[in-house]
Design a protein around this ligand. Sequence first.
Ligand SMILES: Nc1ncnc2c1ncn2[C@@H]1O[C@H](COP(=O)(O)OP(=O)(O)OP(=O)(O)O)[C@@H](O)[C@H]1O
Ligand SMILES: [Mg+2]
Length: 347
Amino acid sequence: MHISNSITIQHDESDFTTLPFVPFSDVEKTIGEEIGDGAFGRAHYVKDSSPTRVYKITKFGDISSNESRICKIAGEIGVGPAFHRAFLTDTCWKGNKEEKCLFIEMDYAGRPLHKWRRALTKSGEEYLSEGKTIKRIYGEKELFYCDLFTKIKMLAERNIPYSDTNAGNIIMPEPGSSEGLKLIDFGGIRISKDCKEAATTVLESKTNQKWMQKFTKLPKLSDKSLELIKWFTGSQPDVGDKAPVIALTFKKADDVVTKDVEEKKVDQEFDDGQVARQLMEELDMAYARGLAAQLEREHQDEAYARRLQLQGEEDERGLKRQRELEDLDMAYAISLQDELSNKKPKK
Ligand SMILES: Nc1ncnc2c1ncn2[C@@H]1O[C@H](COP(=O)(O)OP(=O)(O)OP(=O)(O)O)[C@@H](O)[C@H]1O
Ligand SMILES: [Mg+2]
């Protein structure tokens, strides 16, 4: 198997031994606005960077122990955004006082697929499907699948089984541009012992299976596409005018799944994921709106309570004054009475 570039990651390598340390107090001032907050980490812009750079920040543990190495290789072979540096910090990321954090600094590569869906939906149009979004960007879906699997293959050739091809991890080019996609998010990848194992592991991922199944269903695939499919699956679709019908079976660790049943499930799970993601964003908005309304109400309630309190104080002062006046009146009345009784002619 020919590998165009000699950088290959070894099975037993790890970030632990090699990363430099930078105190968080030095890093903090360079952290800009947040781009995304995921299950394992978060991404922020690097403040005042030009061209724009990004920090991918994760809690440093065994799951991310190869993330920066993979990110570096991916950048070097053009599969991921250009990598600049990676380091550990001592402390403190939103409450994780004792945790070490891994920072990876790389180029900002653009919008991921799910954000393009929204960005390319014209006003008044139904929310764009993933397929239509891909078509708007690439013109032909086949070009996208070819681009995607060529890049996954480049990683697999370096023992890296890239598996998390969800729509947040595929950074897409501008529509019509000649630049290809970029893959991000290399946390949690276990380095394979060789390229063959990596290629097999790639097709154990449900998202990769989903893309591969869609790829193999396209009509009139080019030779390049057919070669790629063969490289991963070991079989080649029938070539003909109609959509190729192939009995694609993907080996999983403990079972074998066949295309029809699995494809529906994968699509469903994937769509559910997208819907959930969107709902979350909308819920966030709804939550923010609710919070604002609540604060407003609280503010109004507070103002009302203050008015009542002032009025009460006012009333109390009034009452006190009245009592004083009454007391004075009383005193005056008594003194008047005394005076009058003194003036009475004595018998
Ligand atoms: N280099 C980059 N260029 C552009 N956007 C980026 C880059 N790195 C990260 N992002 C954005 O930040 C998001 C989160 O990054 P990433 O997927 O690496 O983190 P994660 O913690 O694994 O998140 P998730 O659990 O959502 O996958 C991405 O979906 C993407 O929108
Ligand atoms: Mg991600």
